[in-house]
Write a protein that binds this ligand. Structure first.
Ligand code: PHE
Length: 359
């Protein structure tokens, strides 16, 4: 048998093995046996040097042809298996576009924003509109026009952040409450006035229950026949709607604010039995807001005739009522920007009520 016969026999033997192979693995084994470093064809090619010179060229050409033929068959077979594997994967990994989508993790509404939205929704239902004012205020709006003249002790209680004095001796400040918006609104419009003012306020104070920046909601109603009965009814309705307790006990306790006369603080009924605070039950009281009939001097500062009009006003701390309603123990955590906290205490966007029940 000539070497050519040998090569032909090997080619057809290998070709048959490739045709019979049942997997990519088997194809690879055939490739190694033929073309690997110590494979048959490789060995034959290595032995070229031992052949007589005049036979080398022809033998080399035959080996190259043999190798090319085997490589071609191997590639075709491999491609067949790869195509089959791909088809199988596509069949099993098929995406069913009709399946419901897995919901993305949505952002959360901060409890401060949620609480403001709730308060605004409740007073919105009663016919109040939202008003706003600047954070940087003049002494006049923050104090003087609210019947807090320069030497009044209430100024000390406010721990005010002042800006450096201007050349004209004018000192601006960060508003210490939302009450200056009362004056701005009075000067901008005539009664009837019915506004609610959510916003940031600032005092130089920092501990577990005070933050240098916090939020208040102010309310102001002025009309010809506004009276204290309306103030009481409005705030009782608000407290019950906000806490979602129909028969929540609400108490008005005489108090003092320079800008209201008479003034009151509003308490809601609670129990502190066993160290646990429960709103709406028990014999204890919890202060939640300040209010009163607008002092006639304040109406005058606002350009409104106190002989013709009277009004009531109220103000509450947003953090405080949010902590009470949602059981948030530490005020400072509101501003930590801790996402785990927000995931726990935050609200899904759709939880913001369009209107709150219980009214
Ligand atoms: N401005 C008062 C405060 O910051 C709250 C208040 C507003 C009280 C309106 C009465 C009327 O404490």
């Amino acid at each position: 048998m000539t070497q050519a016969d040998n090569i032909d026999a090997y080619a057809s033997e290998t070709g048959a093995a490739i045709d019979a192979a049942a997997s990519l693995d088997e194809i690879e084994k055939i490739r190694v046996a033929a073309l690997g470093r110590s494979g048959t064809v490789t060995q034959w090619m290595k032995s070229l040097g031992t052949l007589p010179k005049d036979e080398r060229a022809a033998a080399g050409a035959r080996f190259n042809q043999l190798r090319a033929g085997i490589e071609e068959k191997l590639a075709a077979a491999a491609q067949k298996f790869e195509a089959a594997a791909l088809a199988a994967r596509l069949a099993t990994e098929r995406v069913d576009v009709t399946l419901p989508v897995k919901s993305e993790i949505a952002g959360r509404i901060h409890p401060i924003s949620q609480t403001i939205a709730e308060v605004v929704a409740i007073f919105g239902e009663m016919g109040f509109r939202v008003a706003e004012g600047p954070h940087i205020e003049d002494d006049f709006y923050n104090f003087t026009a609210l019947n807090i003249p320069p030497e009044h002790p209430a100024r000390q209680e406010h721990d005010t952040f002042y800006f450096p004095e201007s050349a004209e001796g004018h000192r601006r400040l960060l508003r210490t409450h939302t009450s200056p918006v009362q004056i701005r609104t009075m000067l901008a419009q005539q009664p009837p006035i019915r506004i609610i003012v959510p916003g940031r306020t600032f005092r130089s104070d920092h501990d577990a229950t005070h933050s240098p920046m916090f939020h208040q909601v102010e309310g102001l109603v002025i009309d010809e026949s506004t009276h204290m009965g309306q103030l009481k009814g409005c705030l009782i309705d608000f407290c019950r709607a906000f806490f979602g307790i129909d028969h929540l006990p609400v108490r008005f306790r005489a108090s003092y604010f320079p800008f209201t006369e008479p003034s009151a603080e509003v308490d809601i009924g609670c129990s502190r039995a066993g160290g646990e605070l429960k709103i709406g039950a028990g014999a204890d009281w919890l202060e939640i807001l300040g209010c009163g009939m607008v002092n006639p001097k304040v109406l005058e500062y606002g350009g409104i005739d106190p002989a013709k009009y009277q009004g009531f006003a109220f103000g509450m701390g947003v953090e405080r009522i949010a902590m009470l309603k949602y059981g948030i123990p530490d005020l400072r955590t509101f501003y930590d920007s801790d996402l785990r906290w927000l995931r726990h205490y935050g609200f899904l966007p759709l939880d913001v009520p369009s209107m709150v029940g219980g009214l």
